[in-house]
Write a protein that binds this ligand. Structure first.
Ligand SMILES: NC(=O)c1ccc[n+]([C@@H]2O[C@H](COP(=O)([O-])OP(=O)(O)OC[C@H]3O[C@@H](n4cnc5c(N)ncnc54)[C@H](O)[C@@H]3O)[C@@H](O)[C@H]2O)c1
Length: 160
C-alpha cells in the first residue's frame, strides 16, 4: 500500500489513475481546482482519497498537499503530476500573463512539488515521480510557445 499525490485528477489521465491506485489499496491525496474532483474522491475504493480543491499555480500548494499526505497517511511514495495548461495563440497576441500562468503551472509546480515531496520520497521503500508530458516535448506545435518543454530530455531523465 502506497501514499500517492495526484496533481490534477478531476478528469482524464489523473482521474483514471486515482481509481487504479485506490483499487489496489493505495491512499491518495488529489489536488484539482475543479469541484467535480470531489465526486472522484467520493468513489469507492480500497484506499482512501482526500480531495484538496486548489489552484495548482499557487506556489503554496505543493507544501500544503505534502503536509496533508504526511499528516493523514504518514508519508509520500508516489508523485503523479498531470495538471497542465496548454495555451495556443498567435505570436502577436501572447501576453505576459499567459506566459506566467503557463510557466507557474507547467514548469514551477512540478519542480516545487518534487522539492516538497523529496524528503518523504527518499524515506520511501518504493518511491516514484511521474510527470505526464506531450508530443510537444519532441516536436514543436505552432502557437504553443509557452507549452513546449526543452526539445531533448536532460541527462538522467527517462522518457516513458
Ligand atoms: N490526453 C492527451 O491526449 C494528452 C496529449 C498530450 C499531453 N497531455 C498532457 O497530459 C496531461 C494530462 O492530460 P489529460 O488529458 O488527463 O488532461 P485533463 O485536462 O483531462 O486533466 C488535467 C487535470 O488537471 C486539472 N488542472 C488543470 N489546471 C489546473 C490548475 N491550475 N489547478 C488545479 N488543477 C488543474 C484539470 O482540472 C484536470 O482535472 C496534461 O498535462 C496534458 O497536457 C495529454
Amino acid at each position: 500500500m502506497a501514499t500517492v499525490i495526484v496533481a490534477g485528477g478531476a478528469t482524464g489521465i489523473g482521474r483514471a489513475c486515482v481509481g487504479l491506485f485506490r483499487e489496489r489499496g493505495d491512499n491518495v491525496v488529489l489536488i484539482d481546482h475543479r469541484p467535480e474532483a470531489q465526486a472522484v474522491a467520493d468513489e469507492s475504493g480500497k484506499g482512501e482519497c482526500l480531495f484538496l480543491q486548489r489552484d495548482l499555480a499557487d506556489p503554496a500548494v505543493p507544501k500544503e498537499a505534502v503536509a496533508l499526505a504526511v499528516e493523514r497517511f504518514g508519508g509520500v511514495d508516489t508523485l503523479l503530476i498531470t495538471a497542465a495548461l496548454m495555451v495556443s495563440s498567435a505570436l502577436e497576441d501572447w501576453t505576459n500573463e499567459m506566459w506566467d500562468r503557463t510557466v507557474a503551472l507547467n514548469l514551477k509546480m512540478p519542480f516545487f512539488f518534487t522539492q516538497a515531496a523529496a524528503p518523504y520520497l527518499k524515506a520511501s521503500a518504493n518511491p516514484s515521480i511521474v510527470f505526464t508530458s506531450s508530443t510537444g516535448a519532441i516536436k514543436g506545435h505552432a502557437g504553443m510557445s509557452a507549452y513546449q518543454p526543452p526539445r531533448r530530455p536532460c541527462r538522467g531523465w527517462r522518457v516513458v
